[in-house]
Design a protein around this ligand. Structure first.
Ligand SMILES: [Zn+2]
Length: 93
């Protein structure tokens, strides 16, 4: 499952940037994905992104520390409530 991440090494053009291994904290999801951060898109780290699996919007990254060369772990958190809808039992911890 994790073998897809090997292909970043070719080509010197992509030498800049780091990769965040983000794990979605949306309840019932837990999807992990690699998010490449370059100087061009470093705004991701301070803005909101959506999980590519459960497509929940409004997630923000919390770095969890380095896990390798130019690789960092991060968790994708979502605000508990506050927006749009209340579909019944979304809010037991
Ligand atoms: Zn997700």
């Amino acid at each position: 499952m994790n073998t897809l991440t090997q292909q970043y090494d070719s080509g010197s053009n992509s030498a800049q940037g780091v990769v965040y291994r983000a794990s979605c904290q949306n309840r019932g999801c837990g999807f992990e994905f690699d998010l490449k951060i370059t100087p061009a898109n470093s705004g991701c780290l301070s803005g909101f992104i959506a999980c590519p699996y459960c497509h929940r919007h409004g997630g923000f990254l919390k770095p969890q520390g380095r896990i390798g060369d130019k690789r960092f772990a991060a968790k994708l958190y979502f605000r508990a409530t506050g927006s749009a809808r209340t579909d019944g039992d979304e809010e037991d911890v």
